[in-house]
Design a protein around this ligand. Structure first.
Ligand code: F3S
Length: 401
């Protein structure tokens, strides 16, 4: 790989040993993808997990003096003060989160603890080269903003943040951003929830960049977030195109770069029904809780929940995961009071796949997100998947149809 003088100096440790380690890793990643050079980035997002390996690596770089050279936001772990106060985490779990906090603080990251940075704190412009990890974040910035990032892992994104460079390969190159699979949506896709199910069709869509046709022109930011999050959970998708909606797909021809699709997939209403039946626990039962915010809910979604529960009392607890910014706004606007008075909780900085939820093991809940059902399932938590409105109604009734 051809390195500039600055990149060679980093590799030789002249910018400190931490930057040297990060550069060595970046070069090895580049070599494994046959990248010819490293190119500068302007921002990054690190999908930290607050688990041992993640803390070990962040501390290794931080103890070796590394600092983020570009603005770098981070994913949620869990809100230490909230869960510690309520005795919902063990000493060792709390310790890991404390260590995570100090490692990333020392690295100079923006401690946003939010998995939807593209909705507020970290928004790239068209064509900007970045390093984003996090399943919904990478497809969102590639597809919706036309910015460029490969599907980084937490560690590679952190190395990119520390060096300020990424190897040039994959989705950074024009030729690799063209559509490969034509996805003709015959189902009537209307609500944000429909995009959750459409996104979970990864197995049927298969490997490659999908180009969706048959979707309406007016798609909410939350629906686009859902589509990318679920695509990248049911498969490995760094980007998608929607003809007439996303910026690199003004026409079908432009989306495919003048080439023919490798294959065509048709999605009908019964495909969505089938996937819902496959991934959701059966309904018709009592529930213990409802969980929202995988990815973190937007203010509009939090408001939607408040509108439904206003003046009522839930029979099953509602957990709403969101960013600290959105929670602060909900407090200011009185939305948080409405939700708390109804028996719901708005929790900032927290992911659904964290040990703070171990008290839900063996219980049954509802969620609008297949991704939320997928990850905590490994922790023994059972989910019935329904639309956001149906989930809130279920929490009010204490059961789901
Ligand atoms: Fe966010 Fe965690 Fe879900 S990072 S997208 S809440 S698995």
């Amino acid at each position: 790989m051809i390195l500039t003088q600055e990149q060679k100096a980093m590799l030789d440790g002249k910018h400190g040993p931490g930057t040297g380690i990060a550069m060595k890793i970046q070069i090895k990643i580049g070599e494994s993808f046959n990248a010819k050079r490293l190119v500068p980035i302007t921002r990054a997002h690190v999908a930290l997990s607050a688990q041992e390996a993640d803390v070990w690596f962040a501390e290794k770089l931080s103890n070796a003096g590394a600092k983020c050279r570009v603005p770098t936001t981070v994913n949620p772990g869990f809100c230490l003060s909230y869960f510690k106060e309520r005795n919902m985490v063990s000493e060792s779990e709390a310790y890991l989160m404390t260590q995570t906090h100090s490692a990333y603080k020392n690295l100079g990251a923006i401690l946003s603890y939010n998995c939807t940075p593209y909705h507020g704190t970290n928004i790239p412009r068209f064509g900007e080269i970045t390093a984003f990890s996090e399943s919904s974040a990478t497809p969102y910035i590639n597809s919706v903003y036309g910015a460029r990032s490969n599907r980084e892992g937490a560690n590679s994104a952190l190395c990119a943040a520390v060096t300020g460079f990424v190897p040039e390969y994959g989705l950074l190159l024009d030729e690799n951003r063209k559509g490969e699979i034509l996805v003709d949506v015959k189902a009537d896709i209307k609500s944000d929830f429909d995009y959750q199910l459409l996104g979970y069709m990864g197995k049927k869509i298969g490997n490659g960049i999908p180009v969706f046709v048959g979707l309406p022109k007016d798609i909410s930011p939350e629906a686009l977030m859902n589509l990318g999050a679920q695509l990248n959970t049911s498969g490995a998708y760094g980007m998608y195109h929607i003809v007439g909606v996303t910026p690199e797909a003004p026409s079908l021809e432009a989306a495919f770069g003048g080439r023919k699709p490798d294959r065509k997939v048709v999605i009908k209403a019964h495909d969505l029904e089938q996937i819902l039946n496959e991934i959701s626990e059966p309904g018709g039962r009592a529930i213990d809780f409802a969980m929202f915010g995988c990815p973190h809910l937007s203010l509009r979604q939090v408001q939607e929940i408040a509108n439904i529960v206003q003046g009522k009392q839930v029979k099953a607890e509602i957990w709403i995961l969101t960013s600290s910014h959105t929670k602060e706004m909900a407090i200011r606007m009185g939305i948080a009071d409405v939700i708390e008075n109804a028996g719901g909780h708005i929790v900032e900085d927290t992911c659904c796949d964290q040990p703070c939820w171990s008290h839900l093991k063996g219980k049954y809940g509802v969620t609008d997100s297949p991704k939320c059902a997928y990850y905590p399932k490994r922790r023994g938590i059972n989910f019935i998947i329904r639309s956001l409105e149906e989930c809130v109604e279920s929490a009010l009734n204490g059961r789901v149809d």
